[in-house]
Write a protein that binds this ligand. Sequence first.
Ligand code: G3H
Ligand code: 13P
Ligand code: ZN
Length: 328
Amino acid sequence: ARITLRQLLDHAAEYGYGVPAFNINNMEQGLAIMKAAERCDAPVILQASRGARSYAGDIMLRHMIEALTEMYPQIPVCMHQDHGNNEATCLTAIRHGFTSVMMDGSLEEDMKTPASYEYNVAITERVARMAHWVGASVEGELGVLGNLETGEAAKEDGSGAEGKLTREDMLTDPDQAADFVARTRVDALAIACGTSHGAYKFSRQPTGDILAISQIEAIHARIPNVHLVMHGSSSVPQYLQDLINEHGGDMPQTWGVPVEEIERGIRSGVRKVNIDTDNRMALTGQFRKVAMSKPAEFDPRKFLIPAMEEMERLCLDRFERFGTAGHA
Ligand code: G3H
Ligand code: 13P
Ligand code: ZN
């Protein structure tokens, strides 16, 4: 059954668990996520980026979600727009059956230029008002995602963005968060608490406190009824880097957010945990392995079956460790 983000995260808050939000672009990712959810009885957040919508097409995505919910009728599914850049993206998502949208007004429409606070409030408030008329949930974003160690608002290709920021500049401010949710009425809020998008989050093995836990706690205390979202939550596990690099890949050594840190975040009030990179690596690692070890193979299913199995194992692990398992 399809449910909204508000319904799902209200339940997660009541029972103190977190929910991974996995990005979906194709059927294989959808099947892997749903199989993992069924194995451990977990509710699901599927999210599609603008890139996913143009890759698969809105009509294909809509029918894929319909098919997945029909195949797994006992699993609650929230279908969410990831990083909506304007009103049109969010409203067309709802029109195509999404039950939740992220209006990311922390950046301008180009998704590059940092936006002013007033721009963010105004556009997020407009989207929330319209989405709520038709029963959809809304996630907003406040703060700068980046590397707290270096002050770099890291780019996804691993190079740093221009200009260093101080730790204080990057983290979401609890007072501003309270003002933002009062003015926009969002259901969920993505906060900057030390993570960044993509595979290249940390260039050294992270030690100790990666997440700004006290900041998460302070924000949670100010806005207890708005669910906190942690973007950039891939762990970039060493075994997947090795799988890729042992089979002809050439990914520079990198470190992500350790799962234990995410578990601490959940204990401090994080409810939605966005993961894309880890699943990309799981799929690609197995493609490479088949391509290298069976060079005569040309049936795509022989690549995609182990790829789906690798992704299913990763999703199952996150459902179990975030406490989502058993709550479908
Ligand atoms: O935050 C971005 C997600 O990982 C989606 O990436 O825009 O390449 O689909 P994408
Ligand atoms: P990762 O790149 O860490 O998987 O983050 C994904 C994300 O935040 C999608 O919104
Ligand atoms: Zn994100």
